[in-house]
Ligand binder design. Structure first.
Ligand SMILES: NC(=O)c1ccc[n+]([C@@H]2O[C@H](COP(=O)([O-])OP(=O)(O)OC[C@H]3O[C@@H](n4cnc5c(N)ncnc54)[C@H](OP(=O)(O)O)[C@@H]3O)[C@@H](O)[C@H]2O)c1
Length: 261
């Protein structure tokens, strides 16, 4: 294997939750361009059909299938993993990308609102990791799980107590599961993005490019393709000694001028 081949996901089977738009969609496109067979999935069959069709009609060598799945629904998650194995024979990588949030002061978050956000971001990750993990343990060669947290989970963030708590749990879950799954040759890692320009960040969090230009040393929001590159690295052999880690991809928050050296 050449050095470049170690970064390849050619021929791998990758399930990406929440891939009807944003980071998940671009990740499916980027990995398929490298030859991975991808399973595009979200709660909306029409939207994931369109993403899979776009991949299959392009010159990307990887194939795509689309499967509707709400990650909160264990039966639907089991059906997603079954459909993947039926179509492609195995699951090499699970990308636990599905996520959602809304901005609200802590006092204004209802119990239902809190539970919904924890359900999607944390329990969804649990369901998918357990269902994919079971199948990875039955196959030769193990696999990889890439979770999505957030800097709201690693650093905290105002008006995101529900989301931050759920994402912080995903960070811990990543390391804890990595210990347990190492024996099965399944590597578990995590990405904690800062602000990435996606439909979700604009509509759910009301974050504009202007805030981020001021607040990061990169002077811009991250791109979904830049997150997809990290997913590919974590899915590939190039990250074979990276286990249980959370990579913060946040463009480094700028320090205030008075503190600059
Ligand atoms: N963008 C950022 O700045 C940022 C920062 C930190 C962390 N993240 C994390 O990165 C991941 C992707 O973010 P994004 O900005 O690309 O998100 P996005 O644009 O809001 O897209 C979210 C995706 O998740 C799907 N989804 C939502 N609820 C779901 C559920 N219950 N079951 C299955 N799929 C569901 C949505 O599809 P449907 O609506 O079609 O179901 C959509 O495809 C998330 O985990 C997010 O928390 C993003």
């Amino acid at each position: 294997m050449t050095r470049n081949e170690r970064f390849s996901v050619d021929g791998d089977v990758v399930v990406i939750t929440g891939s009807s738009q944003g980071i998940g969609k671009v990740t499916a496109e980027v990995l398929a361009a490298d030859g991975a067979n991808v399973v595009v999935s979200s709660r909306d069959q029409e939207k994931v059909d369109a993403v899979a069709e776009g991949i299959n009609e392009s010159d990307r060598p990887g194939e795509a299938i689309a499967v509707e799945c709400d990650v909160r629904d264990r039966d639907a998650v089991e059906a997603l993993m079954d459909a993947t194995v039926e179509e492609f024979g195995r699951i090499d990588t699970l990308v636990n990308n599905a996520g959602a949030s809304f901005m609200a002061g802590f006092d204004d978050i209802s119990e239902n609102g809190w539970k919904t956000i924890v359900d999607i971001n944390l329990h969804g990750t649990f369901h998918c990791a357990q269902a994919a993990g079971e199948r990875m343990q039955e196959q030769d060669g193990g696999g990889a799980i890439v979770n999505f947290a957030s800097v709201a989970g690693t650093k905290g963030s105002p008006y995101m107590s529900h989301y931050g708590a759920a994402k912080a749990a995903v960070v811990n879950f990543t390391t804890t599961l990595a210990y347990e799954y190492a024996a099965h040759d399944i590597r578990v890692n995590c990405i904690a993005p800062g602000f990435v320009a996606t439909p979700g960040v604009e509509s759910q969090m009301g974050v504009s490019a202007d805030n981020v230009e001021r607040d990061t040393v990169k002077r811009r929001m991250g791109l979904s393709a830049e997150m997809a590159d990290i997913v590919q690295f974590l899915a590939s052999d190039a990250s074979s000694y990276l286990v249980g880690e959370t990579i913060e991809a946040k463009g480094l928050p700028a320090i205030e001028e008075s503190h600059e050296v």
